[in-house]
Design a protein around this ligand. Structure first.
Ligand code: DAH
Length: 340
């Protein structure tokens, strides 16, 4: 009996199982109702009292070792089974959800690209401005309504001359003050106005300012540049129209319309049956503005223009409510997923 037990002990030590089923078969063979170890316990009942002590000890040891070993085999095969079902490495991967660019970024990117092709560089300026850069240098008279509390978000200071910029024309001033002509740049950015938020107005929006200063720059250069822009942005059949207008910082000033790309100028709801859509203000930089910024107005002339990014996006993507741009509603934003 002692020999059988010792043989079984070394067998138990070397037990192995490739899966949970094999481990269970070992259990049945050794410890099941008809198992070999169970049979040894039956045989143990018949041994004499003097052998009981010796056999009892090693038989119990065998039983404990066998149960332990089978437990170990079961848990290790169970974990390999779980890890197998976790990953079939030959399966194709899960598709990654695709993000979307914001429509204003898409339009901004396109505007940047069009003017960069014409040799314009991109410049930047602060959103918190002083009165001189936002108004004074640009020829706004002291009592101009645009300086009024109604339009401008003032920042409380002792002098009350600091505000959130109301337009990107302030960056023009900074560029002219700090650089020598020739200057050819666009200045995109966010601007702020104290307006009630509605479908057609917002307290912040985005503009792109343009500035070209050199010797002998003429209104014809302005017109040609803007025509190129309009046709690149809205299609090569697009026509432009310049209507006389007024801005304190340009003389002469104009407002530019493009032919309605939806009805090709025939007249529809979007262009209010006029066939034209207003998209920007422009003009020749007023000589007084050049002088304010330290540029010799006898030697240099230039043109400037300013457009609203929301307005261009509205026309390109038929966005009827300005609030959609800043509400972060994924149902709106998702629609731009496929637009590169
Ligand atoms: N700053 C003007 C606005 O916010 C837009 C503008 C008009 C900019 C004419 C210009 C310009 O540079 O020449 O309404």
């Amino acid at each position: 009996m002692k020999e059988t037990i010792e043989k079984l002990l070394s067998e138990v030590e070397q037990l192995s199982a490739a899966n949970a089923e094999e481990a269970e078969q070992h259990r049945i063979r050794l410890l099941g109702k008809k198992g070999v170890i169970t049979a040894l316990f039956d045989a143990f009942k018949t041994v004499g009292p003097e052998q009981k002590k010796e056999f009892g000890k090693i038989l119990n040891e065998l039983k404990n070792k066998a149960s332990e070993k089978i437990e170990v085999l079961k848990s290790s095969t169970a974990s390999t089974a779980a890890s197998h079902s976790e990953g079939d490495l030959t399966r194709p991967g899960e598709p990654l959800p695709l993000g979307a660019r914001h429509p204003l970024s898409l339009v901004r990117k396109e505007i940047d690209a069009i003017f960069t092709r014409l040799g314009f560089v991109i410049a930047d300026g602060p959103e918190i401005e002083d009165d001189w850069h936002n108004f004074g240098a640009l020829n706004f008279p002291e009592n101009h309504p645009a300086r009024d509390m109604q339009d401008t978000f003032f920042i409380e200071t002792a002098e009350r001359n600091i505000a959130l910029r109301t337009h990107t024309s302030s960056v023009q001033v900074r560029m002219m003050e700090n650089n020598k002509p020739p200057l050819r740049m666009i200045m995109p950015g966010r601007v702020y106005r104290n307006e009630a938020i509605s479908a057609r107005a917002h307290c912040f929006f985005h503009q792109v300012e343009g500035l070209y200063i050199d010797e002998n720059v003429s209104f014809a250069d302005l017109k040609q540049t803007l025509m190129y822009f309009a046709q690149e942005m809205f299609g090569e059949k697009t026509k432009i129209r310049l209507r006389p207008s007024y801005f304190p910082f340009t003389e002469p000033s104009a407002e530019m319309d493009v032919s309605c790309s939806l009805c090709a100028g025939e007249g529809c709801n979007v262009c209010k049956h006029s066939g034209w859509l207003e998209i920007m203000g422009c003009g020749m930089v007023d000589p007084a503005v050049l002088e304010n910024c330290g540029i010799d107005s006898k030697k240099y002339s230039g043109f400037a223009f300013g457009m609203g990014v929301e307005r261009i996006a509205q026309l390109k993507y038929q966005v009827k409510d300005l609030r959609l741009y800043s509400e972060n509603d994924v149902r709106f934003l998702k629609q731009f997923t496929s637009v590169v």
